[in-house]
Design a protein around this ligand. Structure first.
Ligand code: FE
Length: 144
């Protein structure tokens, strides 16, 4: 049987979510949004990971630079939002990550693999909240 990427419980409309150790966080959140048909919402959380890929957008050239950090880190804070793009869940997640020497790195979180715990609160909102590509900025901006 396939291992569950996450477990969750609904507490007065807020979902308390545990992402399983060894699972990738953004993929687990996409799965949660699909499973529960979430259209919009807010995500906060913390945890520990074995590595992460962060993405930096250079607005001058409208180009992404991705960098992977393969090391155990604390998720000191994770904050994100849920919307939809072309009918599919669209996650926008940022994170502050604490290294073993207690310095921090952070930014736009593309992927991170849990090693230990990952404890999130997901607050669903009715939506719909969409996305559309904006050629001016080069970004997928909100569309209401
Ligand atoms: Fe971002």
């Amino acid at each position: 049987m396939e291992q569950k990427m996450y477990t969750c419980i609904d507490q007065n409309g807020t979902l308390i979510v545990s992402v399983a150790s060894g699972c990738e966080i953004v993929a687990a959140l996409e799965r949660l949004c699909s499973d529960l048909d979430l259209q919009a919402g807010e995500i906060t959380g913390l945890g520990a990971i074995s590595g992460a890929t962060l993405r930096f957008f250079d607005p001058r050239v409208k180009h992404y630079v991705d960098k992977t950090f393969e090391e155990q880190m604390e998720i000191a804070n994770l904050t994100g939002n849920i919307s939809r793009s072309e009918g599919k869940p669209y996650l926008h997640v940022h994170a502050c990550l604490g290294r073993a020497d207690y310095t921090m790195i952070g930014g736009h979180l593309l992927r991170a693999v849990v090693r230990g715990a990952c404890e999130l609160f997901v607050r669903p909102m009715p939506g719909p909240v969409g996305r559309r590509f904006d050629p001016e900025t080069g970004l997928n901006l909100y569309e209401f």
